[in-house]
Write a protein that binds this ligand. Structure first.
Ligand code: BYC
Length: 324
């Protein structure tokens, strides 16, 4: 059922009931619909953080564009990084439908007031990191984001459909880089294994804190923004990558990984949550560098924004004159 098929309510109470009815019916909330202030705020929080993650997330891979080992690899990596920029833009557009401006989001990010995914505060040290990022980071992103295609807020859910299609391609290109390296020389295989060792645990942290320490989960799930809990999605990811690691001939750096017949899932070791909280507090290996790069890029782009605004003003004045 579409929100347009329900009769529009008049009073505040009726509007709240109408909102809840849309949620209960698994329908979509659209920008024109009434929504509780907390629903709006929480969506702005999650969608803008998600957009910032895409934008900051361009940095570790962009560092390798000039060092890609062939023209083909360079073209693929450049396209992937451009995709991430596009994802950031869809997400910022989705957040704008909730009443926050693009400038406000940019300000929050460069002022260090906004979060972005912890994963992008780790360095990309070798070419194999491009494989590990594609396979593990985009792989984790897909597990997390496919359910978001059914998020209750229409513009977010629709943005996720396109993003997930592109992320699937990203994951495959990462897997393929690692496959080629793991079937190459001993040194190449060692480089692939080293990259997987470094990116595996941080990719598990992408899913957020454990369920019993996740302050936003219960409400987000009740509103059907999130469809699965952080731990459930993390488990889904581990179950997906263990057999893929076997195909790659690489090992995952968790000695406690073991198939649990009773649960029908892989058991895993304990995540270093102290490290996660350090990264969130701004003390990860690359937090300062990532933020400085973003601030510089924002400053370097100032003239473009000013030129675009001046041009838009000129166009608006010209069409006003033509209409009068
Ligand atoms: N890193 O109550 P919780 C990509 C924060 S980019 C940093 O569980 P929630 C890609 C959380 O925000 C894709 N912060 O929160 C790009 C909250 O803080 P606030 C990135 C984290 O929202 C380029 C607090 O911890 N994906 O794919 O229910 C190249 C408590 O957490 C993290 C998304 O953004 C973290 N890992 O659940 C390659 C997905 N985890 O806001 C690839 C969309 C938690 O209360 N987001 N925090 O101050 C989500 O699905 C959810 O927001 C999360 C967290 C699962 C991340």
């Amino acid at each position: 059922m579409n929100s347009a098929e329900l009769t529009l309510p008049a009073t505040d109470d009726a509007q709240e009931r109408y909102f809840q009815e849309l949620i209960d019916r698994d329908s979509r909330i659209e920008p024109r619909d009434w929504m509780p202030a907390e629903y709006r705020t929480s969506l702005i929080r999650q969608i803008s953080q998600h957009g910032h993650s895409e934008i900051i997330g361009m940095q570790p891979e962009a560092n390798w564009i000039t060092r890609a080992p062939s023209l083909k690899r360079k073209a693929i990596l450049m396209a992937k990084v451009q995709d991430e920029a596009g994802h950031g833009l869809y997400l910022y557009s989705a957040a704008q439908t909730l009443g926050i401006s693009r400038d406000e989001m940019a300000e929050q990010l460069i002022a260090g007031k906004a979060r972005y995914s912890s994963i992008f505060n780790y360095p990309a040290l070798t070419w194999a990191d491009m494989g590990a990022i594609g396979w593990l980071v985009d792989g984790a992103a897909i597990c997390n984001q496919v359910p978001l295609c059914r998020a209750s807020y229409g513009p977010y859910a629709r943005a996720m459909v396109r993003i997930c299609k592109e992320e699937s391609f990203h994951q495959r290109q990462g897997f393929e880089i690692l496959l080629e390296l793991s079937q190459g020389t001993a040194a190449q295989k060692e480089m692939a294994q080293d990259a997987v060792n470094r990116w595996y645990w941080p990719s598990l942290m992408m899913f957020g804190p454990p369920d019993d320490e996740s302050p936003n989960s219960a409400q987000s799930m009740a509103w059907k923004i999130k469809r699965f809990s952080n731990d459930d999605l993390r488990q889904r990811f581990v179950d997906m990558v263990v057999p893929q690691a076997e195909v790659l001939g690489l090992t995952l750096p968790d000695p406690e990984l073991a198939w649990n017949e009773d649960r029908g899932h892989y058991d895993m070791g304990e995540i270093d949550w102290a490290e996660f909280h350090e990264v969130l507090a701004g003390r990860g290996p690359c937090n300062a560098q990532r933020m400085q790069r973003r601030r510089d890029a924002h400053e370097d782009g100032r003239w473009v924004r000013e030129a675009a605004a001046a041009y838009a003003e000129k166009q608006a004045a010209a069409s006003l004159k033509a209409a009068s």
